[in-house]
Design a protein around this ligand. Sequence first.
Ligand code: NAD
Ligand code: FES
Length: 295
Amino acid sequence: MYPILEARILADKIYLMVVKAPRIAKNCQPGEFVIVKLDEKGERIPLTICDYDREQGNITIVFQTVGASTERMAGLKTGDSFCDVVGPLGNPSDFVKEDLEVLKNKKYLFVAGGVGTAPVYPQVKWLKEHGIEADVIMGSKTKDLLILEEEMKAVSGTLYVTTDDGSYERKGMVTEVIKDLVQNQGKKYDVCVAIGPMIMMKFVCLLTKELGLPTIVSLNPIMVDGTGMCGACRVTVGDKVKFACVDGPEFDGHAVNFDEAMKRQQMYRTEEGRALLKLREGDTHHGGCGQCSDN
Ligand code: NAD
Ligand code: FES
C-alpha cells in the first residue's frame, strides 16, 4: 500500500497529493510518470511526477478530475492509501542525460498550460538545481485555475504568467507570450519545452516551427498498461508509430501528428472507436510485440 501523506485542492477540480513511495522517489527523474490504482480492480491512472523527495521517500502527484476514477481519487484524504503506484515509467527528459557544460550554454523556454504546469515544475527545478535558470510561461484560463505559481517562481529564471481572460497578469494565450518574447523583445532560446493540453501543444509547435525554435512536447494520451503492449497511447511522430508510455512521453513537437492524436483520443473512449482503430491500425495497433491479438 502507498499511504497519502498530504492531500489538498489546488484549484477547481485540480488536486495535489504527496504519496509515500520510497523506491520511486529514489529512482525517478523529471519527465517520468507513474500509474496509480485505487484498489485491486481499479482503473490504472497515469500521472506525471510533479515533485519528489529522495530522502523522505515521497513523490507528489497532481491531477484533474475528468471521470469516475479521478473523482474517486479526489475523495481520498491524508491517511488513506493507494493500492498500487507503479513507476517510474517512461523516459526522463533529454537534458537529464546531456553533458552539463553543454547544457549550461543552452537557453530553455518552458511553456506550461493549465494542469501541464505540474510536469513542467520538476524539469525547471532540476535545471535550477544544476545551475541553469530557464524562462517559464504559465498559462491558465483564469486566475482561479492557476496552480503552483509560487513554486514555479522559486525555480525559474523569469516567470511570465498569462490568463486567457486577463483576470491576472497578462491577457491572452501562451502563444501570444512566446511571440512577444521572441519577436518583440528579441529573446533568444535554444529549446522550447511545451506541456499542456494537446491543442495548446499543437499551436505552440506551429508557432515555434515558424520561429525556428526546436520544441519538445510531453504527451499524455489515454494509457492502459503503461508498458507498450495495449496500444492505447499510440501516436505518429514523423513517419514512425510510437507509444507514449515506452517511447515517450516526450517527443519532438515539430514531428508529432497532433490532429491524428486528438482524433484517436476521442475514438479510444468508446468500444466502437477502439474496435475501429484496431481494424485500421492492424499490426501497428499494439505496442511491444505488436501481436497481442486479444488486447
Ligand atoms: P486549459 O484548457 O486551461 O489550457 C491551458 C492554457 O493552454 C491556456 O490558458 C492557453 O494559454 C493555452 N492554450 C489552450 N488552447 C490553446 C490554443 N488553441 N492555442 C494556444 N494556446 C492554447 O488547460 P487545462 O484545462 O488545464 O488542460 C487540461 C488538459 O491538459 C487535459 O486534456 C489534460 O489531459 C492535459 N494535460 C496534459 C499534460 C501533459 O503531460 N501533456 C499534463 C497534464 C494535463
Ligand atoms: Fe502505452 Fe498501452 S499504455 S501501449
